[in-house]
Design a protein around this ligand. Structure first.
Ligand code: 13P
Length: 266
């Protein structure tokens, strides 16, 4: 059995629904998740449905506070001639508290560059949204031994100008591109090694406060592999794609971040 760790950082599990679930399907899924997570007090829980499902999710959640809402991206401006875009204040209106930025799918298909991510992260803070900034290497970059350099430059450039006193609002997600939606998961040791590197950079940027910033792992997280991944000292939670669309699987992953209790020790 995986030995659970005692981690000073509060775990966070976020479900990235990507382009799945209409507004009407959203209600049922949110209800199912809420029913299961009602008593979870040991972690912050977030679901990130598509924009069009946010109002339904918000309405279904009502005053329920165990589950927070997140968006999958946002535009940095408050408003303007930006066809197809959604701003921070628009998200806030539907109770959104978190926003994923720089997801590899948006970096790949929608030109969400480090520079844009940096501007969006600053705007997110301005509009009281917690940015979940994603970084991660492709398979060819890993094979060329470029993982550290890529992750480091993505992180530094995506956090350029980030207000240093807002470290508590920031969440980082390490998502190796080759592990996303492929069923290929990074080994716990591989993931932890990159998380350690990210931690060092966060400490360089934020000083001691860098030790308190949560770093999530994402990429084919499933109930079967979550306990081993989440037991790693530098993995503070998960950013879950496919498995977050199944309330039971999502809940099982959440269980994997439950901190050790005194009675669990030998
Ligand atoms: P999968 O869990 O489906 O691999 O997706 C991971 C992801 O991209 C979460 O943002």
């Amino acid at each position: 059995m995986t030995k659970k760790k005692t981690n000073p950082r509060r775990p966070l599990v976020a479900g990235n629904w990507k382009m799945h679930r209409t507004a009407s399907d959203t209600r049922a899924l949110i209800q199912d998740i809420v029913k299961r997570v009602e008593r979870v007090a040991y972690a912050d829980l977030v679901v990130c449905p598509p924009f069009t499902s946010l109002p339904a999710a918000h309405e279904t959640l009502g005053r329920h506070s165990t589950l927070a809402l997140g968006a999958q991206t946002m535009h940095q401006a408050k408003e303007g001639a930006f066809t197809g875009e959604i701003s921070g204040p628009m998200l806030r209106e539907f109770g959104v508290r978190y926003v994923i930025l720089g997801h590899s799918e948006r970096r790949q298909f929608d030109n969400e560059t480090n520079e844009k991510v940096a501007a969006k992260a600053i705007a997110a803070i301005h509009y009281h949204l917690r940015p979940i900034v994603c970084v991660g290497e492709t398979l060819s970059q890993r094979e060329a031994n470029e993982t550290t350099a890529i992750v480091e430059s993505q992180l530094r450039e995506s956090l350029t100008g980030f207000p240093l006193d807002q470290h508590e609002e920031l969440v980082i997600a390490y998502e190796p591109v080759w592990a996303i939606g492929t069923g290929k998961v990074a080994t716990p040791a591989q993931a932890n090694e990159v998380h350690e590197r990210i931690r060092k950079i966060l400490i360089q940027i934020f000083g001691d406060h860098g030790t308190a910033i949560r770093i999530l792992y994402g990429g084919s997280v499933k109930p079967e592999n979550a306990p081993d991944l989440m037991a790693q000292p530098e993995i503070d939670g998960a950013l879950v794609g496919g498995a977050s669309l199944d309330a039971r699987a999502f809940f099982d992953i959440i269980e994997a971040v439950r901190p050790a209790r005194a009675s669990d020790h030998d």
